[in-house]
Ligand binder design. Structure first.
Ligand code: FAD
Length: 497
């Protein structure tokens, strides 16, 4: 049977673009459909714009540090509009680079939504169908709002890059990495940030000591973290029964905003907003009530309450592709679905939701299908960073996970004030921690809370993936004076588990 393409990729994000390019470079005829902007979540509404905002939000600290070191430096006002213009110009540039790379590899681009019709047929837009020997689904995921009355008034992460202006007050619902990163970003930009975290601490799943230290640092930055707290209800302040809250009352403690819908404009329903361009329409004042009984008013509410795979209305039923409990596409170690011609990679499979993982899965798919070298992606020991201030870098198991498995471990940990903070007030404490197997002496986990922890954990990850033992760390001569030297100078365990 002859097909229009050897490979058709649905989704032009991190995983899809890499897989399409690499497959095309083997000589395969490749088509790719992207319904929004090339580059996907990472480039357009995730890692890249987020990190640029992290940089922007860090300058007040740098000016304060410069002052402490004797510089006559002053911090002026932050011009959000100017920054946003530069941010989007950079995203445009990156999107163009992605397109150029695809063109250069001779991938045919279709700027349209694509859905499956059967195991070898893809419908592009309304009226075009193509056939492909292999179909790769790389449609990513989307942020979800919780089932809370008035949730339509909340923003999601996509919206944060599109705000008309910065709010004065922001409630962030959620305690995961996206919530914490935006909390630090917005606090750094001068926004008064409150967080409602359902659990007992931020960053569930990360090392307990690390997240505790980070929460302390975030609170020191003025972020008002309420743990054990969920949002139960919200509405636009003017629509609330009983009308606006008198200023100065408890309920106004989040700060009453000056922004609102233009007179006569109605709220926008979720299904009316295909993208986040109307984020500012959701500007408050937004009245909220929480499980702890407090009600407060904020300019904006951001939901960072999880993401769901983009599998709705994708024709997966028609093609017979099996979905999992969370609507993710179920795949085997080689990213193959139950339908032999259909593969899936990246966030849509809900394995590990990180850009480098989606890229690796794309490359492994090409090795397997187009280079005849069956390659499974190893999802163990993936390092990651939370770009808060300070950052949290981590790889491997936490102390709690190792204890839960019942493996005897030695914990090496230290907290200290880095030299750079010698002249600066504030907690400024950093943490380095190694979780070491008592039996094999292998380093099972490494957790760092410090500025540039993301950079440090990348390096530590190489050693840990190679199976480094604590003694390998000890034999490594320190680089002095650095923060990271503590990683190779911790002589005695602080406890054994
Ligand atoms: P995506 O990059 O989401 O791409 C999927 C693409 O498919 C999208 O462009 C979408 O428009 C398109 N699409 C969907 N359906 C269709 C269809 N039917 N037809 C055509 N096109 C379609 N990861 C990190 O590693 N580090 C970070 O610091 C980091 N920060 C993040 C910050 C935020 C705020 C968010 C939201 C995510 C972050 N991530 C980070 C996660 C990372 O962005 C994702 O894991 C990664 O982008 C997943 O890649 P993907 O290829 O699976 O999907």
């Amino acid at each position: 049977m002859s097909f229009d393409y050897d490979l058709f990729v649905i989704g032009g994000g991190s995983g899809g673009v890499r897989a399409a390019r690499m497959a095309a470079e083997t000589g395969a005829r490749v088509g790719l459909a992207e319904e929004s902007r090339m580059g996907g979540t990472c480039v357009i509404r995730g890692c890249v714009p987020k990190k640029l905002m992290v940089y922007a939000s860090g300058y007040p600290d740098q000016v304060a540090a410069a002052q402490a070191y004797g510089w006559d430096a002053t911090l002026g006002d932050f011009d959000w509009t100017r920054f946003r213009g530069k941010l989007h110009a950079e995203l445009d540039r990156l999107e163009a680079v992605y397109r150029k790379l695809l063109h250069g590899s001779k991938v045919e681009i279709h700027d349209a939504r694509a859905v499956l019709e059967d195991p070898h047929t893809v419908r592009i837009g309304d009226d075009k169908t193509v056939t492909a020997k292999h179909i790769l689904i790389a449609t990513g995921g989307h942020p979800v709002r919780p089932d809370v009355t008035g949730a339509k008034w909340g923003l999601v992460s996509n919206d944060m890059f599109l705000l008309d202006r910065l709010p004065e007050t922001l409630l962030i619902v959620g305690g995961g990495y996206i919530a914490c990163e935006f909390a630090c970003i917005m606090a750094g930009l001068g926004v008064k940030v409150t967080m409602y975290v359902r659990g007992a601490q931020i960053l569930k799943g990360f090392d307990d000591e690390a997240r505790g230290l980070l929460a302390e640092a975030m609170r020191h930055r003025g972020i008002d973290i309420h743990t054990g707290t969920s949002l139960t209800e919200m509405t636009r302040e003017g629509d609330r029964p009983g009308g606006p809250v008198p200023s100065g009352s408890d309920a106004a403690s989040g700060g009453v905003a000056t922004m609102g819908l233009p007179a006569g404009e109605r709220p926008v329903a979720d299904d009316e907003r295909p993208d986040a361009a109307d984020a500012s329409r959701r500007a408050g004042p937004i009245w909220t009530r929480a499980t702890n009984g407090t009600s407060a008013v904020f300019d904006h509410v951001l939901f960072a309450t999880g993401r769901a795979p983009n599998t709705d209305n994708l024709g997966l039923d028609d093609a017979g592709v099996t979905l999992g409990r969370h609507h993710e596409i179920v795949v085997d170690d080689y990213s193959q679905t139950n339908v032999p011609s259909v593969y899936a990679i990246g966030d849509v499979t809900d394995r590990v939701q990180l850009t480098p993982v989606a890229i690796r899965e794309g490359m492994a798919f090409v090795e397997t299908v187009f280079k005849g070298k069956p390659t499974a992606v190893d999802h163990e020991l993936i390092a990651s960073a939370v770009f808060t201030q300070p950052e949290l870098g981590s790889i491997g198991e936490t102390e709690e996970q190792v204890a839960a498995r019942g493996e005897a471990a030695e914990i090496y940990a230290t907290t200290f004030r880095p030299m750079q903070t010698a002249f600066i007030d504030g907690p400024g404490r950093v943490m380095m921690k190694l979780v070491v197997s008592a039996e094999t002496r292998k380093v099972l986990g490494c957790h760092i809370v410090a500025d540039h922890a993301g950079e440090m954990i990348q390096m530590a990850a190489i050693a840990i993936r190679m199976g480094a033992t604590k003694e390998d760390f000890d034999r490594t001569c320190a680089v002095h004076p650095t923060m990271a030297e503590e990683m190779v100078t911790m002589r005695h365990p602080v406890r054994k588990t």
